[in-house]
Design a protein around this ligand. Structure first.
Ligand SMILES: Nc1ncnc2c1ncn2[C@@H]1O[C@H](COP(=O)(O)OP(=O)(O)OP(=O)(O)O)[C@@H](O)[C@H]1O
Ligand SMILES: [Mg+2]
Length: 420
């Protein structure tokens, strides 16, 4: 039998949680008999486009109760009246659901939200229907903006965070959107999924649709891998569509830099890079990038950050390396985060948050920065050693980047496996 939740792809844990609450709503006597009370409010929160509204709609459909939906679409005064009226009506028609979609947008963006009339009205409404069977279901992007008194247990008992889809779920979502398109056989879904991991469902849907638009504009019957790559590069990395430059010496430097990041990432965690390109991106004309499709953590991430500079220095020892300051900042910040009180050694080292904001003596801060510098040097030596050990992988990657401009997950695996 079709289930209202079938429209949600993946997110099994959240679906299970919502299904359990639906069960309470549909079978209140079973829960009442044992003394279990229905949660008063459910708050789904997370980045835009992750499917919160979809999940809420599926929940509401499954419960089958009368629902009052509130979305801010009018002036503040009228909207406050609408909120008050919805709670009053829901109380009269209980059991019922009040659905507050995008609740963090209920108050004006530029005001201090905490005392906003809209939130006061919701809080009063929730308290008014406290003893009635009225369930409040809200979605929001940023719950930090909302008053703590509104978010507290008893008003919203269940706060469920919706995150970007897991790797497995992203594959399922991509397969679903691809199934709606006419696809050429050369479309490699694994490559595509690894290019666009860590994106929201809405972004995945839009990128795949954009690929289909490119294919139709080219008067092709089917979407080809080339269209998917173009859609990812232009939509995600803002690579200019008409970019068509023949790679020269500058591009070779970019290739060395990006290949450095890639080789160290792959050496420390094989299969972690989903895309690498030497194409110029965005309006700031940043040169090249890698997309990490499997999280690299801790010390390994510091070395991946330093690898661009280390590789550039290997190929161009005479030159002052450019484009590395962001990488160095990232690595330094990560090191500062690592450093805490080293009681054993008797040296008090500061956390970055402390060193940034306190009025420490200059000496103290300087000493900490010296430690950060020494750590950077140590990680840099390890990074260089990984690159020297993988020199063949590094050189082959540079050559392929020079000839193709962009390499995908399967290209990277092929190069890695071809090296001794
Ligand atoms: N898990 C999913 N399975 C299938 N489709 C999904 C899923 N998540 C999101 N979508 C689709 O992605 C699009 C955006 O989802 P939705 O509007 O629910 O996101 P949202 O989290 O409410 O975003 P916002 O915070 O901007 O309101 C919709 O077309 C929705 O159907
Ligand atoms: Mg929404």
């Amino acid at each position: 039998m079709a289930n209202a939740y079938d429209r949600i792809i993946g997110y099994d844990t959240i679906k299970a949680e919502l299904m359990q609450i639906s069960d309470m709503v549909k079978n209140p006597d079973i829960y009442r008999k044992i003394g279990a009370k229905l949660p008063k409010g459910i708050l789904l929160y997370g980045r835009p486009g992750l499917g919160k509204s979809l999940m809420a709609k599926c929940f509401i459909e499954d419960c089958g109760l009368k629902t009052y939906t509130l979305r801010r679409n009018k002036s503040s005064e009228d909207f406050v009246d609408e909120i008050t009226k919805a709670f009053r009506d829901a109380g009269k028609c209980a059991p019922a659901i009040i659905f507050l979609d995008d609740m963090d947008k209920f108050a004006n963006e530029d005001e201090d939200h905490r005392d906003a009339e809209e939130y006061v009205a919701i809080q009063a409404g929730i308290d008014e229907v406290k003893d009635k069977e009225v369930l409040v279901f809200a979605t929001a992007n940023d719950i930090r903006k909302m008053p703590p008194s509104l978010k507290r247990a008893g008003r919203f008992d269940r706060k469920i965070e919706v995150d970007v889809p897991s790797e497995e779920d992203a594959h399922k979502i991509i397969a679903h959107y691809l199934s709606e398109k006419s696809l050429s056989e050369d479309v490699n879904t694994e490559d595509l999924a690894n290019m666009i991991s860590y994106n929201s469902c809405a972004e995945l849907e839009t990128i795949i649709n954009e690929a289909a638009i490119y294919a139709a504009y080219d008067r092709k019957d089917k979407v080809e891998m080339e269209h998917a790559i173009k859609a990812v590069l232009t939509m995600k990395y803002r690579v200019p569509e008409d970019y068509n430059k023949t790679p020269g010496e500058e591009e070779r430097k970019t290739a060395a830099h990006e290949a450095g990041h890639l080789v160290v990432a792959e050496a420390l965690k094989p299969g972690s890079v989903g895309l690498v390109s030497i194409r110029v991106t965005g309006s700031e004309h940043r040169e090249g990038f890698i997309h990490v499709c499997k999280e690299i953590d801790g010390e390994d991430d510091i070395m991946v950050s330093l690898a661009g500079k280390a590789a550039t220095e290997m190929f161009y020892p005479e030159e002052c390396t450019k484009g590395c300051s962001e990488d160095l900042d990232r690595a330094s910040d990560a090191i500062r985060d690592y450093i805490s009180i080293d009681a054993g050694a008797g040296i008090a080292l500061l956390d970055v948050s402390v060193s940034k904001f306190s009025k420490m003596s200059e000496n103290y801060v300087a000493r900490n920065e010296a430690v950060v510098h020494a750590e950077l040097e140590r990680y840099m030596r390890q990074t260089r050693s990984i690159l020297y050990k993988n020199r063949e992988f590094l050189e082959k990657t540079v050559e392929e980047l020079m000839s193709k401009g962009t390499l995908l997950y399967s290209d990277i695996r092929r190069i890695r496996e071809s090296c001794g």
